[in-house]
Design a protein. Structure first.
Length: 98
């Protein structure tokens, strides 16, 4: 028998049920890389469920989103999300801001 297709993608299940952290709604759709980074930082620092450092959790969630969205992201959104990575690094003192 063929497998029954799930209406929900596995990545959505990870996002919904992950123990990593809870995100603010629409965080990745914001127009500012700084606002995305600030929201991720806040969520990571406030989460009692994360298993890694706040920086690692925030960066992992951002990278997960970029990888899962893949070719569906426009160049401008991808660029904004990549800038958000730089903002996160700066906010956590991992890289000086240019």
């Amino acid at each position: 028998m063929p497998k029954k297709k799930s209406k929900q993608k596995w990545s959505q299940g990870v996002t919904d049920n992950s123990d990593a952290m809870d995100l603010e709604g629409g965080v990745f759709k914001q127009r500012s890389a700084k606002k995305i980074a600030d929201s991720l930082k806040h969520s990571a620092e406030e989460s009692p469920r994360r298993k890694a450092t706040a920086f690692q959790s925030a960066m992992s969630m951002l990278t997960f989103y970029i990888n899962r969205a893949g070719k569906q992201l426009s160049k401008s959104r991808l660029s904004r999300l990549e800038r958000a990575k730089d903002e996160l690094r700066h906010d956590f003192g991992k890289q000086p801001k240019r």
